[in-house]
Design a protein around this ligand. Structure first.
Ligand SMILES: Cc1cc2nc3c(=O)[nH]c(=O)nc-3n(C[C@H](O)[C@H](O)[C@H](O)COP(=O)(O)OP(=O)(O)OC[C@H]3O[C@@H](n4cnc5c(N)ncnc54)[C@H](O)[C@@H]3O)c2cc1C
Length: 350
């Protein structure tokens, strides 16, 4: 069984063993057994943030297939509280919240994968992040061998990161969100989305309208999985937007003026603590990589979005990573900034 069949970029060699867990008990048992046998474990959700080596994974892959969504389980619970099992398809959960008049996840529409993976990198898009609404995460702690309820404050959420990312200690069992019980969306923060909706940033719109607009914007960028759209055979954005301190930003600005003209302004978003986030796509394009760039060995840049690296059908993971290295090195040579990958690389390095 090749892991390529379980990843959205359709790449990855075989696993030594594969188990599918449909209940929480099966999930915990599968992890416990692999841990007891000393086998490395790879928890698999929807495979939309994974780049697995052509050699595969020499351990047990455990596919999360648990189901169940509950609204405010206890009488005292907040009416906007919703708990979803790790194996629930994420966009189905978002669609349900919008249909039920709950606000806070609508801008995260159209993101592939499963709910249990969303805390891993604090999934975010169009001005919302799951950390805005997660109140607790239920986990299996592989070190203590017990189930824990972690309040959001102890999840270490940051930009595309959390205490879960890069640590294999916790298996997410379910995620609890506290949403606003209202049909209007949360305030629209993202300028591009506000412009599409014809409102000012900070305004609210009907939740279903926000969801539809986000999906349409994402489709235009090849960011909604669609078997009919070859640009969506990717792991989403391949690079994180770099967070720069003022001195590094000044150096990037100087390089940009030399490269692209004296009036060039480097786009940026406030990242707190005096730092700014610069769009990786802007740096990649200004470093000379165009949409659709194709070095010819099966991996190419999406024709819709510079940040997505696509398996054109015949790629290997080696080819995808080689393209990623070429882009990383090109951006570094142009701007002195080293881009880091957003997907989890399994048995592979950049
Ligand atoms: C077209 C496309 C668009 C995307 N757009 C966005 C976007 O807008 N914003 C964004 O943030 N991301 C985006 N992504 C990335 C990806 O969809 C998200 O990171 C998603 O949450 C990954 O979910 P998954 O179930 O597919 O996780 P997987 O890819 O299966 O796993 C990712 C990581 O999480 C771990 N993991 C998964 N489930 C669990 C669990 N229950 N417990 C412990 N560890 C677990 C895995 O071991 C792995 O390390 C996009 C990806 C694609 C392909």
């Amino acid at each position: 069984m090749r892991l390529a069949d379980f990843t959205t970029v359709r790449l990855g060699g075989p696993a030594r063993a594969f188990a599918r867990a449909e209940t929480e008990d099966e999930l915990i048992d599968a992890v416990r057994s692999a841990d007891a046998a000393g086998h490395p474990v790879l928890i698999l959700g929807g495979g939309s943030n994974l780049v697995v080596a052509d050699e595969g994974f020499d351990g047990t892959v455990i596919q999360v297939a648990t189901r169940g969504v509950t609204r405010g389980a206890s009488a005292s619970a907040n009416p906007g509280e919703l708990t979803a099992a790790a194996g629930e398809e994420w966009d189905g959960v978002v669609a349900r919240t919008v249909a039920e008049g709950l606000a806070g996840l609508e801008c995260l529409s159209g993101i592939p994968g499963l709910t249990g993976a969303t805390p891993m990198q604090n999934v975010g898009a169009y001005g919302q992040e799951v950390s805005d609404t997660i109140t607790r995460v239920r986990v299996w702690d592989r070190v203590a061998a017990e189930v824990l309820e972690l309040p959001a404050a102890s999840c270490g959420f940051g930009y595309r990161t959390s205490r879960f990312r890069g640590s294999e200690r916790f298996v997410v069992l379910s995620v609890t969100f506290t949403l606003a019980a209202q049909a209007r969306s949360a305030p629209i923060r993202y300028a591009e989305l506000a412009a599409t909706l014809g409102v000012a940033p900070g305004d609210r719109v009907d939740g279903a309208e926000a969801r539809a607009a986000v999906i349409e914007l994402r489709q235009r960028k090849g960011m909604v999985i669609d078997p009919a759209d070859p640009d969506t055979r990717s792991a989403g954005s391949f690079f994180l937007n770099p967070v720069l301190d003022p001195a590094t930003l000044a150096a990037v600005e100087a390089a940009a003026r030399t490269r692209c003209g004296p009036d060039t302004r480097v786009p940026r978003f406030d990242a707190g603590n005096g730092q700014v986030k610069v769009p990786a796509a802007w740096l990649i394009e200004r470093a000379g990589f165009t949409r659709g760039y194709n070095p010819g060995d099966g991996a190419r840049i999406s024709s819709k979005h510079t940040l997505a690296l696509v398996n054109a059908g015949s790629a290997s993971t080696a080819a995808l990573l080689s393209l990623a290295r070429e882009i990383r090195d090109g951006v570094h040579a142009a701007f002195g900034v080293t881009l880091t990958p957003e997907p989890i690389l399994v048995n592979a390095t950049l």
